[in-house]
Design a protein. Structure first.
Lengths: 332, 332
């Protein structure tokens, strides 16, 4: 099952990458190299896959979905480059971040270029799909760009707060992560001519899977190892990220344990031993089991929504189901 | 003549500002405040004026042009906020820059939000103009965003070079400044239904005026005073900007004078006296007269192009002529 999905994912990645290269051509070598650094370092092209599968679901040829697929990937990489500057992250995908190599000024500009190129990639659909559908795709892309910025703003604000509520965390990851998942699915579906009811369903699917994916990603940040993460362990703890795990633990441990968590959380100079102690308190609190339950609930909600979609391509529907399971699979 | 233009400019500014406020609504207060800081600090709304006058030129009602007018102003302010971070500028429009007040992380995000909101403003035309014209406007906005980023990249690269040629400078200011002038005029014209020949003419007009405007702006950077500039005098010299004035002077002064220029140019810690000495060498070289001639040539080229436009609204045509003269008027 998963093998089939992974095979298809790599086929799509190999078709999307040349489109990205085609759009990312320009004379200013340093700027374009900086913009391509992260894209060339890897990445799973999850959002393009979601766009292409959503398009196929409603009967669109895979080939036409490659431009919007490149578009959402470019938008995603723009946000990664800027987030890494804001969060002072030095590694991603196992390589130094753009600002570590090219400096902050060039990294800001590289992100800006990717943002603009994300629209350029989408606009390559011009003349290939009806204008009214292209406009709908562009409206969604814009909604996602606004929403992701708001999500990052919440994430930064939460860093300095100890009283973040679970609903606030869920709103934040909806905005920061799930919004672009939703947009990726919507855009593929809408250019394929999906009707309004099916659009609601596929968006519900992508949004729920996006939230579940981010919850799992936050779990990995606590228990994953450096090789899998592509960045140092405990970065999230050092940055004081208020993940579901931390929120749960802060509300469910003894006051002395709570003090230990708050003492080291968000301290960039905390030692690995101290952070290991924090991680142990969080894990022992039952936070992972809780977090898993929440992720499972979102996954179920997403799969139910997908199930209701009137699909033209049943293989695409099956692959989307596998996509959801793969992204949110139990990690330990 | 100029009075009439300035009166109209303030009418348009007062109509565009509420549209900007309408688009810039969101719950994340700090992010939205940071994004609005520069917009609230003033600004002449030159690009919106160009969009509205171009739309009127081809018979579109002013009211419909306000959304694209807001769009180009939002895009412009996004680039200013990010440029100020990259150039380490601390003042603009007489107030501290966004990153000085909100920090670099929030300033990066504020720029990103304005970028996205620039598309949102344009997309508010949805249902008000035909989709095919809206798509053309969005393609132009995207071209401008890509081009402005490339221009900023050239500007930064030139800072560390002493051998920048005049054509390179002109390419850079075309990309960094004139591209958005051109886009502002194109967008207003295209949604008004201008034909291809007239679009070429109005773009030639806006592009030429944009280049002349930037040449004058660079002159102001050398001879203007702090109150007019809204930022410290000699910032351009401190940042090592390769303006037409500097390029001319480097090619036309004695080798000892050249050495003085190169000794202090781009040195952030140079004293005001040293920079005054550099400025005097540049002025005495005849650079201003040369720069004026180049600006006049572009102005003439622009006015000739405007003259050839088949205008539906002759008052708009006259105001555009005044706009060009006002922006590029002799400064001393």
């Amino acid at each position: 099952m998963v093998d089939e999905l992974l095979r298809y994912a790599s086929v799509i990645a190999e078709r999307v990458n040349p489109i990205i290269d085609e759009v990312m051509r320009g004379e200013e070598r340093k700027l374009y190299n900086a913009s391509l650094h992260l894209l060339k370092a890897g990445g799973k092209r999850l959002r393009p896959l979601l766009t292409v599968l959503s398009a196929r679901l409603f009967g669109l040829d895979e080939g036409l979905a490659l431009y919007p697929a490149a578009s959402v990937e470019l938008l995603h990489n723009f946000t990664l480059i800027h987030d890494d500057i804001m969060d002072r992250d030095e590694f991603r995908r196992g390589v130094p971040t753009v600002h570590k190599i090219y400096g902050e000024a060039m990294a800001i500009l590289a992100g800006d270029l990717l943002f603009a190129k994300s629209y350029e990639a989408m606009l390559r659909l011009w003349g290939r799909v009806p204008d009214n559908l292209l406009v709908k795709a562009l409206r969604e892309l814009t909604w996602a760009a606004v929403t992701v910025a708001e999500g990052q703003s919440l994430d930064m604000e939460f860093g300095s707060r100890d009283d973040v509520r679970m609903e606030e965390y869920l709103t934040m990851i909806f905005k920061k992560t799930a919004a672009l998942f939703k947009a990726s699915a919507y855009i593929g579906s809408v250019i394929a001519g999906a009707n309004d009811d099916d659009l609601v369903r596929i968006c519900e699917f992508a949004k729920s899977v996006g939230i579940a994916f981010q919850i799992r990603d936050d779990e990995l940040g606590l228990i994953g190892d450096e090789k899998v993460l592509g960045k140092p362990v405990f970065s999230d703890l050092r940055e004081g990220k208020k993940t579901l795990l931390i929120i749960y633990a802060l509300n469910n441990v003894s006051s002395s344990e709570r003090e230990v968590i708050l003492k080291y959380l968000g301290k960039s100079n905390a030692s690995e031993d101290d952070l290991r102690r924090v991680a142990k308190i969080v894990v022992d609190s039952g936070a992972l089991e809780f977090s898993n339950r929440v992720a499972e609930d979102y996954l179920k909600k997403g799969l139910t929504a997908l199930d209701g979609v009137n699909a033209k391509d049943l293989e695409a529907k099956k692959l989307l189901m596998e996509f959801a399971l793969f992204l949110t699979k139990r990690l330990y």
